[in-house]
Ligand binder design. Structure first.
Ligand code: NAD
Length: 256
């Protein structure tokens, strides 16, 4: 199998990031799995090492902390190989009514979801630029494309990721770095189990034409396509909704 180089997956300890990491192992990528949570990293190690062996490394990193991002990437290329892929999946979500959203919470969500995506992309992008290019996939959300209630902070952070993706695609194209985003709909992950109560779940099932939540593995194919320059070499600046039809929808038949 061709050596694709190293892909960094932030938030790779859980949910969507972990499912993407697992899929990339089978496609010839070496992986640097980065996550804030030591417990998530340990669980990911147990799951990924049997398949990836030495081709998977794990690092504790806070994407919202510039020094932690720089430290986490330090020496990675010397010890491991050229970084040619990045998936920014680290993120947090909260479902809070607009009037109950504190400025502190709003800032925290922006800091992790948006500033974190920027900081990691800038550092990894510098590495990519130095050796001829690569591909970046940001995990946005349908809540960055639509006005989903309870998502003033989360939706704003993901709307920011959408625009950041477009700006980066334009600015980094001359460096042969492609930048795209995936906008997932509702995906069964630890984040969603915490965030979605019965009423929220009923709302999604009503609005998603496919009438279900997806498994994290259903995001992985889109990520590997967007990272693979043999398949998506002319695709950049795009926001690919993987959402069971949510963003296509309007008036739907009643459910169930
Ligand atoms: P998850 O909680 O299972 O995984 C997120 C991971 O990010 C966790 O392992 C967590 O430890 C890590 N993380 C959180 N803050 C971090 C930080 N500061 N630095 C580094 N790592 C950090 O959640 P998930 O559902 O897999 O979410 C992954 C991404 O997908 C997020 O950006 C989320 O907003 C986005 N998303 C999820 C859904 C969904 O329905 N699950 C829908 C749309 C978008």
């Amino acid at each position: 199998m061709a050596d694709r180089g190293v892909a960094v997956v932030t938030g790779g300890g859980s949910g969507i990031g972990l499912a993407i990491a697992e899929a990339l192992i089978g496609e010839g990528w070496k992986l640097l799995v980065a996550d804030l949570s030591a417990d998530a990293l340990q669980a990911a190690r147990t799951r990924l090492e049997p398949r990836g062996g030495d081709a998977v490394k794990f690092v504790q990193m806070d994407v919202a902390d510039e020094a932690s991002v720089i430290a986490g990437l330090k020496g990675c290329e010397d010890k491991f190989g050229e970084v040619r892929g990045l998936v920014n999946s680290a993120g947090i979500g909260r479902d809070v009514p607009f009037f109950d959203t504190s400025v502190q919470l709003f800032r925290k969500i922006l800091d992790i979801n948006l500033v974190g995506t920027f900081a990691v992309s800038r550092e990894v992008g510098r590495l990519m630029k130095a050796h001829g290019g690569g591909a970046i996939v940001n995990i946005a959300s349908v809540s960055g494309l639509r006005g989903n209630i309870g998502r003033s902070a989360y939706g704003a952070s993901k709307g920011g990721v959408v625009t950041l993706t477009q700006v980066m695609a334009c600015e980094l194209a001359p460096d042969n770095i492609r930048v795209n985003a995936i906008a997932p709909g509702p995906i069964e992950t630890p984040m969603v189990k915490e965030m979605h109560n019965d009423a929220v779940r009923a709302g999604w099932l009503q609005q998603v034409p496919q009438r279900r939540y997806a498994a994290p593995e259903e995001i992985a194919g889109a990520a590997s396509f967007l990272l693979d320059s043999s398949k998506s070499s002319f695709v950049t600046g795009q926001i690919l909704a993987v959402d069971g039809g949510f963003t296509a929808g309007g008036l739907l038949p009643p459910y169930p």
